[in-house]
Ligand binder design. Structure first.
Ligand code: ADP
Ligand code: ZN
Ligand code: ZN
Length: 814
């Protein structure tokens, strides 16, 4: 009897492919193992076994596989189940999910490029075939798998290449990835033995003969007068001593060398026990456990700085005690070194961090550790892609800051929301899932009010610190009364000055980077635009450049207008760079820092700035929305929002909800440890209902009002949205395609099809864009709707003229 397998290939075609195998192979193979196969005329791929059976395909003759690549499944049954849900729900191929799930080192294909690892020296451990490839790489800087086939003179090369990767003799093409390094800057402090004056005097006389060491200690006291932590580097430079001197002082227990980030944690308790919960947290924990008796999903609505993280750690501990795995999802790993350090403080070695920006080797390692259920991968801390790891025994998923947009993947497919996919993942494992936020998404809050999710609140800041006082500053009035200095109102400047006088720190939020977003000619009114996108260029003063924030196009700032030739170019609007420059002029004695995409690009970019701010080397930090994501600084007493209006006027049905979340989250960075903080918001529109709700932190009021609008205008959570986007270089092609598509959809769904519309930026990277949105009413079957859309899509793609148009489907496109 012939035997067959259906396999998933990492390509965007909506089905599996059948290959034939021998009886022995069929007996050996299991679902979730990889096989190397050829596909098309010349391509070779790594496929994944999805099914094993004896039914020959009817439409084509099944080819043989090249070979089996695994001894044991690399992907387990639960994952396959999860993938099917994702493919189905988000209307993509299993191949898309397969490609997104596995680290690319597991997915060799004919076009994969391999390189020699220069750090690999011991070629004696290589087998003959492996050595041949390795040697070829001495003469040629890179090879494709295709070329390897020629070199070895056989088709079955994948295991050899896999083995070379495993032995670290070669690596495959990857971007330059950042490695996670929590400890960054070395600091020096005096050992606690020397806190009294007498001990200090005796110390100095003790050191009278060791001149260099004495210099180091004296310089240390000089630097210590600033009351800021002292960097080892500053000390060695100023005292003109080597770091060996510091080390010998540390060996003598005179100095202590420490790293600022671990210090923050050790400072509060010096033990690895979990913190003792305060009474409110204790109650919250009990309530969460109570809801888990009946519900699988619970939403924790806890105000900023209420100690949600501490509550999570208790739940995590209980799940670990049962020998189960925990997935802790974070919106953006780069911004969350703080939380990694905090959790490592409690759970140490049991935590693995996973992120798509990690090197392939690191990702492979985490994958294998999770697959084998190793103790060092009991807790996975990761961004959205960590939902794809091979968990076998999940007990709990925590989705921190569940409202965050970065849980949604927009490009490439699968366009999933990791929070929603995590809920399904938890269900597959019979695990519990806790969604946490101070500003829950409307959908999650709605689900909790509808009793679909459990619901628990935590309304006290730890230590009973009050939520910050929020005041709205009317800039229209301030301009009229001439009380503005650049983009700062006199009131804002006064508050900043007061905070700085008390040696407290300030965060200023401006959700636009660069110097100013629009340059305009005062004579003719024309603005320089990007040649590739329909958008005006942003002026970056530091480099005297105009840049496109959509395609990274850049050019020098011209002296005169390109349209009329007058030299009357003027800037309009303002970004973080301009704010930073104005502040430097107003507060020349203080250190101003900036955190936005432009300053955090380099390796460890974020960590450096966050570390410097924690160490109080920066007094005022100016930044974009990056500042709103769960950071915990204990000395920030003022948060200023410079221009609330751009957020409110964004053309999107969620703009108001998002503006509320953003402002409340940024405000939440103020007054976290000792005393109540201040928040000042500059706006032209102080009576806007969202600003009123922000100023009183009235989440439920915001919720009710927004929900009302969602109902009225037919938006989620009542209606579901599927967005279809067409893209092509030729405007007319997209236009005729989208008109055809609209008619077809309209005849099925009528008035629930909106469009076709061009987005606010109608052309990006020379691709013209058109959108159609399909609204699905509460009672309409989602499955039927999707089937119908798929049918229409197939017909569309059968039209020869439309075939080159990119067709993108985004389910829950928000
Ligand atoms: P949230 O995540 O709700 O914004 P955090 O968990 O970051 O709040 O807590 C805010 C700060 O208060 C943190 O520095 C945290 O260590 C501290 N904290 C919270 N709960 C406790 C507790 N029970 N004991 C000691 N410190 C706590
Ligand atoms: Zn002009
Ligand atoms: Zn552009």
């Amino acid at each position: 009897m012939p035997h067959f397998i259906d396999i998933i290939l990492p390509i965007p075609i909506q089905r599996t492919f059948t290959y034939t195998v021998t009886e022995d192979e069929a007996n050996f193979l299991q679902k979730g193992m990889r096989v190397a196969v050829s596909f098309g005329k010349t391509k070779m791929y790594t496929g994944l076994v999805f099914n094993i059976h004896t039914n020959a395909p009817t439409l084509y003759e099944a080819k043989e596989i090249h070979q089996i690549l695994d001894e044991k499944p690399l992907v387990n049954e639960q994952q396959l189940q999860h993938w099917q849900w994702i493919a189905n729900y988000y209307m993509c191929s299993l191949g898309d999910v397969y490609r997104a799930s596995l680290p690319s080192a597991f997915l060799l294909e004919s076009e994969t490029i391999i390189y020699k690892n220069d750090a690999f020296l011991d070629d004696s451990i290589l087998e003959d075939d492996e050595f041949l490839i390795f040697e070829a790489l001495q003469h040629q800087s890179q090879l494709t798998i295709h070329q390897v086939v020629d070199i070895l003179g056989k088709k079955k090369v994948m295991p050899t290449v896999n083995e070379l990767i495993k032995k670290s003799a070669i690596y495959i093409k990857e971007e330059i990835y950042e490695q996670y390094k929590p400890k960054l800057v070395k600091y020096v402090r005096l050992h606690s033995d020397y806190s009294s004056d007498e001990s200090l005097n005796s110390l100095l006389s003790e050191l009278s003969r060791a001149k260099k060491q004495r210099d180091a200690v004296l310089t240390f006291f000089q630097l210590a007068t600033t009351k800021k932590p002292i960097k080892a580097k500053d000390l060695t430079e100023k005292a003109k001593v080597s770091s060996a001197i510091l080390k010998s002082l540390a060996d003598k227990n005179i100095f202590e060398i420490y790293h600022i980030q671990t210090d923050r944690v050790q400072y509060k308790g010096n033990t690895n026990d979990l913190k003792v919960l305060n009474e409110f947290q204790e109650k919250t924990l009990a309530e969460i456990k109570e809801t888990f008796k009946e519900k699988d999903v619970t939403l924790l609505h806890g105000i900023t700085s209420s100690g949600k993280t501490e509550v999570y750690t208790k739940l995590i501990q209980e799940v670990l005690d049962k020998g189960k795995q925990v997935l802790f999802l974070l919106p953006e790993i780069a911004l969350t070194t703080q939380i990694i350090v905090r959790l490592q403080f409690y759970f140490g070695e049991q935590i693995s961090v996973f992120h798509s920006k990690y090197s392939i080797n690191e990702r492979v390692e985490v994958w294998n550790n999770v697959l084998e259920n190793k103790t060092k991968a009991r807790i996975i801390l990761g961004a959205r892609s960590s939902i794809f790891l091979p968990f076998s025994n999940l007990g709990l998923i925590v989705v921190d800051e569940e409202h965050e947009t970065s849980y949604k993947q927009f490009e490439p497919s699968p366009r999933y929301n990791a929070r929603d996919a995590a809920i399904v993942l938890a269900k597959i494992h019979n695990a519990k899932i806790l969604l946490g936020s101070a500003t829950p998404s409307l959908e999650s809050y709605f689900n909790s009010q509808e009793n679909k999710y459990g619901f628990v609140t935590l309304n006290r800041r730890h230590g009973n610190v009050q939520l910050p006082k929020i005041e709205l500053i009317n800039v229209k009035e301030k301009y009229r009364k001439k009380e503005m200095n650049g983009h700062f109102s006199d009131r804002m400047l006064k508050l900043i000055q007061e905070a700085l006088d008390l040696k407290e720190q300030v965060i200023l939020f401006q959700n636009r980077r660069g110097y100013s977003p629009v340059v305009e000619c005062k004579t003719c009114g024309v603005s320089p635009e990007c040649p590739n996108c329909d958008v005006t260029l942003t002026f970056h003063k530091f480099k005297n450049e105009l840049r496109c924030h959509y395609c990274n196009y850049q050019r020098a700032m011209p002296n005169s207008c390109g349209a009329c030739g007058s030299n009357t170019l003027d800037t309009k609007g303002f970004g973080t760079e301009q704010i930073e420059l104005e502040l430097k002029a107003i507060f020349p004695d203080f250190k101003i820092g900036r955190m936005d995409l432009d300053t955090t690009r380099g390796k460890y970019g974020y960590q450096k700035i966050i570390g410097a701010f924690e160490a109080r080397e920066i007094d005022v930090l100016v930044g974009t929305q990056m500042l709103s994501k769960g950071l915990d600084f204990d000395n920030v007493s003022l948060v200023g929002i410079l221009n609330a209006d751009t957020m409110l006027n964004f053309p999107d049905f969620r703009a108001h909800e998002r503006a509320y979340q953003m402002m409340v989250q940024v405000s939440g960075r103020a007054g976290r440890s000792k005393k109540q903080g201040n928040v000042a918001i500059q706006t032209y529109n102080p009576f806007h209902q969202i600003l009123q709700q922000v100023s009183t932190t009235s989440y439920t009021e915001m919720y009710k009002e927004q929900l009302q609008e969602r109902w009225q205008y037919k938006y989620p959570p009542y209606y579901r949205l599927i967005k279809i986007t067409l893209k092509h270089r030729d405007f007319n092609k997209v236009d005729s395609g989208v008109n055809w598509l609209f008619k077809a959809l309209y005849s099925s769904f009528g008035e629930h099809v909106l469009g076709p519309t061009a987005p606010a930026i109608a052309r990006i990277r020379n691709q013209y864009i058109k959108n159609i949105v399909i609204k699905i009413p509460p009672k309409q079957s989602l499955a039927n709707t999707k089937n119908q859309i798929t049918k229409i899509r197939n017909t569309f793609e059968a039209v020869k003229d439309f075939r080159p148009i990119r067709f993108i489907i985004d389910v829950d496109a928000y």
